[in-house]
Design a protein around this ligand. Sequence first.
Ligand code: FAD
Ligand code: ZN
Length: 315
Amino acid sequence: MSSVLGEEQKPSRIKIISRNDVGVSRCHSGGGALPARPPADPEPRAVPIPIPPCAGAAPGPGKGGQRGRRDGPLPAPPQLCSGTRGAGKKVLIVYAHQEPKSFNGSLLKIAVEELTKQGCSVTVSDLYTMQFEPRATRNDIVGHLHNSEAFNYGVETWEAYKRGGLSKDLVEEQKKVQEADLLIFQFPLFWFNMPAILKGWMDRVLVQGFAYDLSKVYDGGLLQDKLSLFSFTTGGGPEMYSKEGIGGDIRYVLWPMQHGIMHFCGVKVLEPHICYAPENVSEEKRKEMLAAWTQRLKTLWKEEPIDCSPEWYFK
Ligand code: FAD
Ligand code: ZN
């Protein structure tokens, strides 16, 4: 069968990883709207979902300390990472914003600096600067096609992966993913989703055979022992992304990204980090949001993954 979704395949059942009843880490409030960015709501309504405040974005240590632990001595001097367990970890940040001076650019800079300070090895795939190709085409296959009569992207990339025939840019990204302990995706929300260039990265890099395979999906996915974290900004404020808000619960947006992509490939999911409406808040609030991201990163390795099951998103 060519596709993992074929009928004879039986994905393993979703295992409850942990149940922390964690909320969505968020940075502040603010107004704004989608996607025309209307003015800020001066008095945002309370958000009726359990969302921890910005400055305390990271969930408490608890049992989650297990996740960041590795056997053997830590390679970096203790002063680099006291209390973080980050030393020696490899982090890949896949970044999708055109402008380094943007708020996303500042969030990226903070992550690189803070994680490096902890002794992590940080790699950034800056997709716009790389001019990353988002289109899934036959150019992704080097050499002969498995079936040149009728092109099937999923089959062809799967076959090409097995024979080492994927294009160079994909091989390079897959190597970065393979080496990473943590994948951070940093981007502005575009149409309730990630920007096309990042979606293209998902489409092209996470091919069958590499990220998942026949019946090797969800908890059985091929990218196990990795963590992921979606860090993004919005135009709309938190009141818009509440269950009663016009945009609906922000978790609905997270379902395809976290569950449909990361969990599908076996990657565990940390709480997302959401900075609401940075364009529509004061400079002071923006600084607070950036400081909250720094704070969260300081204890990131103590966090437990969310329980990435339908209940987390739709209950
Ligand atoms: P920026 O405009 O770059 O930054 C905001 C402000 O922060 C700027 O004034 C900047 O100078 C300042 N800043 C940067 N760095 C610092 C710093 N270190 N300290 C202090 N200030 C700083 N929104 C939605 O909610 N839902 C949608 O579905 C949606 N769809 C969209 C679709 C498209 C095609 C587009 C273009 C936008 C859409 N938006 C949507 C809005 C979009 O998500 C926001 O515009 C974006 O998230 C804002 O992030 P930014 O990094 O671009 O902000
Ligand atoms: Zn899931």
